[in-house]
Design a protein. Structure first.
Length: 143
């Protein structure tokens, strides 16, 4: 299993931030590992939406499993080799919005033995994506 969690504080509203994050077509703007996103079902972020997200070497179909605007988003992609689960939580705090992005990759079958190597690489990938999230949300990292 590989997991990456980041928190970003922004002055943008919870509604604006949630709508942006729930529309996975925006992934390519802030995650340099994402090459292309095509919406397959729905229009924009919302319940029952599906997106094909192309990363280096593969395309994963992300299905929105939970969409509770403007606070909770859960999208999941599953292939023959892995399950990718991404949860976005949006909270308000004083005069700011806090966005938590929690990404979890689980390898399947014989690929599970590659878990430790995946964890190391996922940390570097996550750091680049977190920097992009802070940039597009005009935010700062929360410790």
């Amino acid at each position: 299993m590989a997991r990456y969690v980041t928190k970003v504080r922004t002055r943008r509203s919870a509604d604006e931030v949630f709508a942006y994050m729930a529309d996975l077509r925006n992934f390519a703007e802030w995650d340099p590992g994402v090459k292309k996103v095509v919406q397959i079902v729905g229009d924009g972020g919302g319940p029952d939406t599906e997106f094909d997200v192309t990363v280096t070497g593969t395309t994963l179909r992300y299905v929105t499993r939970e969409h509770v605007a403007p606070h909770q988003l859960l999208v999941v992609a599953e292939s023959s080799t892995l399950v990718s689960t991404d949860r976005v939580t949006v909270e308000t705090a004083d005069d700011a919005t806090i966005v938590t992005y929690d990404a979890d990759l689980q390898l399947k079958g014989v690929f599970k033995v590659l878990g430790p190597a995946l964890s190391l690489a996922f940390g570097r990938i996550g750091d680049r994506a977190a920097a992009g999230m802070r940039r597009v949300l005009d935010g700062t990292e929360v410790q």
